[in-house]
Design a protein around this ligand. Structure first.
Ligand SMILES: O=C(O)C(=O)C[C@]1(C(=O)O)C=C[C@@H](O)C=C1
Length: 381
């Protein structure tokens, strides 16, 4: 006891000077490092256990979204402050990412070249331990995951200003891949140009979604200037870096990557502009305790068809979180519905409701059950 008091008196004295506080910080850092090393050794042990199990051979069984969601929720609950819950969760997101990379580095496909919002979303979902593989388009991300040349993919699903990303929904409908997670990003759009550019571009280029998210701003500030959609924001930034008469729209870090200067900041029409990105995988995710399930249903175009779909869900007390319809590509005036519900497909109430739904649908596919995101959206610039 006397020793502890002597130690705290010495610490109190150190707190009075910058050099003294730094001595204390150095000591804490040594302890954090020691604990991180112990955690990484446990991750090695986890890898050994998973490798022993024949069901756990693929990269898919090393990444455990349900466990990560549980760890992050617990950290938020335990957080004594003064750092806020999101901040400590982000720190632990990176610790788990580093431990996972130490167990088995994961390859993640996303829309490239480097400098897209999708790249930011992939890093938000997997931390900096994931190895990104850039693809020229969203269908190519699906193909890379399906072919097994990467472990996971990250694609944009829905934007708060522009609605669903049709190419993603159509690719989902046409593939066997599963949704394993989601991450929402605030999307702040920047107008960027070559450092030698004048004030009036010949053309403004960006991804079609980004051009649409800035439509009113562009009408007001650059009326009559041609707008051209290209495969990604970073492809647009690349074009602007090669031609001072081309301006691009995209995230700040695309300007940094391609040597451009930001000419106007946050030009999206809706300040709260947010995009939800999906994590695509090949294997189902186990329940975390707080999950959602994405469904794909098809019905023929006859009166009451949608009501017949929703009734078994509401009777089972299951919350419908989102409904989106897309034309069925193979039949005129028939529709497929993308429906998100609360709960995991392995929960009895959800499983029963899905069985009751099945006779009313031409097709019913569970696109995936996965944890409700635990960390609030980071800024997307
Ligand atoms: O618990 C596991 O299965 C682990 O692999 C460990 C760990 C972690 O660092 O906590 C790492 C990666 C997984 O995605 C989940 C958790």
């Amino acid at each position: 006891m006397g020793g502890t008091n002597a130690k705290s008196a010495a610490d109190a004295a150190l707190l009075e000077s910058l050099d003294g506080v730094r001595v204390l910080i150095d000591s804490i850092d040594r302890q954090i490092l020691d604990l991180l090393s112990q955690r990484a050794r446990l991750a090695e042990q986890v890898a050994l256990i998973k490798e022993r199990d024949p069901a756990h051979q693929s990269g898919q069984s090393f990444y455990r979204p349900e466990r990560e969601a549980q760890v992050l929720s617990r950290i938020r609950e335990l957080n004594p402050g003064p750092l806020d819950d999101d901040t400590v969760a982000w720190l632990f997101r990176e610790i788990m990412s580093a431990c996972l990379a130490h167990e088995r580095p994961l390859a993640i496909a996303t829309l490239g070249p480097s400098g897209t919002f999708s790249e930011l979303a992939a890093t938000a979902a997997f931390g900096h331990g994931g190895r990104l593989q850039f693809e020229p388009g969203i269908p190519e991300v699906f193909r890379a995951v399906a072919a097994g040349s990467v472990d996971y993919g990250v694609v944009p699903l829905e934007n708060s200003t522009e609605g669903s990303v049709s190419v993603t929904l159509d690719s989902l409908a046409g593939s066997d891949l599963l949704l394993c997670g989601e991450v929402a990003l605030r999307i702040d759009q920047q107008l960027m140009a070559h450092p030698d550019a004048g004030n009036t571009p010949r053309v403004i280029v960006s991804h079609a979604q980004s051009l649409a998210q800035c439509r009113e701003w562009l009408d007001a500030h650059f009326p009559g200037i041609e707008r051209m959609a290209v495969s990604s924001n970073s492809a647009a930034a690349q074009q602007a870096s090669a031609d001072p008469e081309v301006f691009a729209i995209g995230p700040t870090f695309a300007a940094e990557r391609h040597g451009l200067v930001v000419r106007a900041s946050n030009i999206q029409d809706n300040v709260q502009n947010t995009t939800r990105f999906a994590v695509l995988g090949r294997e189902p995710v186990a329940p975390s305790g707080n999950d959602k399930t994405a469904l794909l249903l098809s019905v023929t175009n006859e009166p009451g068809a949608l009501t017949r779909l929703l009734l078994p869900l509401s009777e089972a007390g299951i919350d419908v979180l989102r409904i989106e319809s897309r034309p069925a590509r193979d039949r005129v005036w028939d529709y497929v519905f993308f429906i998100d519900i609360a709960g995991h497909r392995d929960e009895p109430a959800v499983a029963v409701a899905l069985e009751q739904l099945r006779p009313h649908c031409g097709q019913l596919r569970v696109l995936g059950s996965y944890p409700v995101p635990v960390i609030s959206q980071p800024g997307g610039d």
